[in-house]
Design a protein around this ligand. Structure first.
Ligand code: BES
Ligand code: MN
Ligand code: ZN
Length: 490
């Protein structure tokens, strides 16, 4: 899906700024003098810029927020937006400044004078992320954005820094599109076809159909999908940008295209949100897209389990016992605890086939993680402190909330079943942790593993700093950074 804002970087051109009829965007901070390039404009504005930056209203703004002069006398511009951003601003502040520009952007576009600001590329990244719109199902004229021209001191240098960020933005948009898409459009077939199309980018994509999954013994995953008309699938995406033979990082995603709960059916109120239950698979897909677009020098394999959890005459029942690919048997206490059944088989397959250097799964796994952490942080579970620390560090650097959760024997014990090796549901206390313990039973002791429960952050109820209301793409930026910092050869 094409995304609408075209951004380019040019040299500073006062004549173009003075003649612009769209929006003009300038940076300012009360503690700093007006940048030389903005001074000529301030003269045309008869000092209004200097007065605005020195005003009480401006002092009340947080970094990245803005004040606006509409139809300024002295300039043909439609508006002058003055964004509060200090020269020493943080990356998060610069991205927020970009988002502020995006929120006000219209068809006439904008000229943004960032001059010598060292984070011009981050401002443009924030702008691109916040200008995203999911318009696929709105009839009528789509929202159009005019071009955005950044005037910078060194256009080549900024463009070089911005290039990999454009790949990252495209990955985030791919994830958001998948998560926002309704389940009658994004069926397992449609999802798999969108992943297969990434072959063009240099990814190796394989689709395992039900026959192959049966032959592999994936009874846990197949049980979840057996009540749906949409066939269950596992899709394997490989990016081999690293050294030949080097074991890959494995990313595993829960791809429940719709979760009714199955026979343990969910209440009607809010069930429509379960179109996002493929969010983990969506993040894996977005990361793989980014890696391919920026030509990452790392070996990464993304594996997603695509199923639909429906009630039906053929659906699995509470009390059924299924056999996982690992061989362990599972008593299905609650057909709504389906994500862990899907992941059990995909995690096992990932390890058996790829012997990964590390494995990270992402899943909208539990409502309990939302009770615990709200929509601000994803839950991070891990069997390895170094991996957990690296994930938290990457998330912190990208401004994506993440918080480590405990695990342990005492929680694992609760998974005991009367009739099988384990049961899939335990009850309310520590629901996110017992879900993680269930997954841990399908992780080999020598595989460094982390599980990210993204149920609260994939599709929060309100807009966020960098995303309009709807899917955020949480995790694409964190995982891309984790790979850049820890898994790429230089
Ligand atoms: N997909 C849900 C979890 C979820 C809830 C995601 C809310 C996003 C928002 C998951 O499959 C589920 O139903 N989990 C149950 C587990 C329970 C039956 C043990 C839950 O959290 O209630
Ligand atoms: Mn469920
Ligand atoms: Zn689910």
């Amino acid at each position: 899906m094409p995304h609408p804002v075209a951004i380019h970087f040019r040299e500073i051109d006062s004549a173009a700024l003075g003649a612009a009829t769209g929006r003009l965007v300038l940076l300012g901070d009360p503690g700093e003098r007006i940048a030389p390039a903005a001074r000529a404009l301030d003269r045309r504005l008869r000092g209004a810029l200097a007065r605005a930056v020195a005003s009480e209203a401006f002092a009340k703004l947080k970094p990245g927020e803005a004040l606006e002069l509409g139809f300024p006398a002295g300039l043909p511009a439609e508006a002058v937006q003055i964004v509060r951003l200090a020269r020493r601003a943080s990356v998060a502040e610069a991205r927020k400044a970009g988002a502020t520009i995006a929120k006000a952007l219209g068809a006439s576009g904008a000229l943004v004078l960032t001059g010598a600001h060292r984070l011009a590329h981050e401002i443009s990244f924030g702008l691109a992320l916040r200008a995203y719109e999911f318009g696929a199902h709105k009839t009528g004229a789509p929202k159009v954005f005019g071009d955005v021209g950044f005037q910078v001191s060194d256009p080549e240098a900024v463009a070089t820094l911005a290039r990999p960020m454009a790949a990252l933005a495209e990955g985030v948009f791919f994830t958001r599109d998948l998560v926002n898409e309704p389940a009658n459009v994004l069926t397992t077939d449609d999802f798999a076809a969108r992943l297969a199309a990434m072959h063009e980018l240099g990814l190796d994509v394989e689709i395992l159909e039900e026959g192959a999954l049966k032959a592999l013994g994936m009874g846990a995953l197949l049980g979840v999908g057996q009540g749906s008309d949409s066939p269950s699938k596992v899709v394997v995406m490989q990016w081999r940008g690293g050294a030949e033979g080097e074991p890959p990082l494995a990313l595993v995603g829960k791809g429940v295209v719709f979760d009714t709960g199955g026979i343990s059916i969910k209440p009607a109120l809010g069930m429509e949100e379960m179109t996002m239950d493929m969010g983990g698979a969506g993040v894996v897909a977005g990361v793989m897209r980014t890696l391919a677009l920026r030509g990452a020098k790392a070996n990464v394999v993304g594996i997603v389990g695509l199923v639909e959890n429906m009630p039906d005459g053929r659906a699995q029942r509470p009390g059924d016992v299924v056999r996982s690919m690992k061989g362990d048997t599972i008593e299905v206490i609650n057909t709504d605890a389906e994500g862990r059944l899907v992941l059990a088989d995909v995690l096992w397959y990932a390890q058996e086939r790829f012997k990964p250097a590390a494995m990270i799964d992402l899943a909208t796994l539990t409502g309990a993680i939302i009770i615990g952490l709200g929509h601000e942080n994803a839950g991070v579970f891990a069997n390895n402190d170094a991996l957990a620390a690296a994930i938290l560090k990457a998330a912190g650097a990208e401004g994506e909330g993440a918080w480590r959760m405990p695990m342990g024997e005492a929680y694992d014990k609760k998974l005991k079943s009367r009739v099988a090796d384990m049961r899939n549901s335990v009850g309310r206390p520590a629901g996110a942790i017992t879900a993680a313990q269930f997954l841990a039973r399908f992780v080999k002791p020598d595989t460094p593993w982390a599980h990210l429960d993204i149920a609260g952050v994939a599709l929060p109820p309100e807009e966020t700093e960098l995303a309009p209301k709807g899917a955020t793409g949480w995790g694409v930026m964190t995982l891309d950074r984790l790979i850049r910092d820890g898994y790429e050869r230089r």
